[in-house]
Write a protein that binds this ligand. Structure first.
Ligand SMILES: Nc1ncnc2c1ncn2[C@@H]1O[C@H](COP(=O)(O)OP(=O)(O)OP(=O)(O)O)[C@@H](O)[C@H]1O
Length: 243
């Protein structure tokens, strides 16, 4: 019998369990009734979003991008099919604070200053006013906005207001950021700067899905989802595109 030391070493390689997706949509359809007609905004879409994904959602106007983002973030419910949040949810429901939205149009609350807008999600989460203000100020500093902390939204440029909206989205460290054409009203240099800020500040494990019409913005993300007439017609990953 060979000595123990002479036995070949057996290497046990246990496969790491695949992380659960953040979001899983199965055959999701969303139809609206408009003046007696059915408008199917999203049709039979199945997809997964995983930690670290950076997705550009492309499609012509009316192709269903905003409706899909609303469904993925639980702002809306499907007419048929299902959306689940396996690692963000609690049974059927999404846990609060796990998903943040950035919208295209000015979405800051007009009577609140930039600092107060950013602090608001923390106050809603139950932080004390002092802690919320301190954390909000740290995010404004990170996004080079601290000198504008006391400005009202109407006193900000479009690009500055969107950067404040990004700070407000990121302040609670969400795992998923759903952005609906956040650069849509910005010139291309300001749009690229906003994207720089967002991609730099984003937690590497958080996922980003951004609807956009801007090919220069889409080029900066890893995966392209294309929608047409409510359907997800293609999913392209950057490496596949290059090969
Ligand atoms: N609340 C609603 N009630 C009725 N119809 C709606 C509603 N929301 C969206 N739609 C319709 O669903 C379709 C898809 O709209 P959606 O806003 O999702 O498209 P989109 O790709 O985001 O467009 P855009 O690029 O112009 O923002 C459109 O025909 C729209 O009119």
């Amino acid at each position: 019998m060979p000595e123990i030391g002479a036995l070949p070493r057996i290497q046990l390689r246990l496969a790491a369990p695949a992380a659960l997706p953040l979001v899983e949509a199965r055959q999701v359809t969303r139809a609206f009734q408009v003046a007696g007609q059915t408008v199917t905004a999203v049709r039979d879409v199945s997809l997964q979003i995983r930690a670290g994904d950076r997705v550009a959602l492309l499609g012509t106007s009316g192709s269903g991008k905003s409706t899909l983002l609303h469904l993925l973030g639980s702002l809306d419910t499907p007419t048929s099919g299902s959306v689940a949040w396996p690692s963000l949810g609690d049974g059927q429901d999404l846990r609060p604070g796990k998903v943040a939205f950035v919208f295209q149009a000015q979405s800051l609350i007009p009577p609140l200053t930039a600092l107060e807008n950013v602090a608001l999600p923390l106050l809603l989460k139950g932080d004390t006013p002092g802690a919320a203000q301190q954390e909000a100020a740290a995010w404004l500093e990170r996004l080079e906005l601290l000198p504008l902390a006391d400005h009202l939204p109407e006193e900000l440029s479009g690009g500055q207001a969107q950067r404040v909206a990004v700070a407000r989205a990121l302040v609670t460290h969400p795992r998923l950021i759903l952005a609906d054409e956040p650069t849509g009203q910005l010139d291309s240099a300001t749009a690229q700067h906003l994207l720089d800020v967002l991609l730099t500040a984003l937690d590497p494990n958080a996922a980003l899905v951004m609807a956009t019409h801007d090919p220069d913005v889409a080029r900066r993300l890893d995966t392209i989802w294309r929608m047409q007439d409510g359907q997800l017609v293609s999913v392209t990953r950057r490496q596949e595109e290059a090969s």
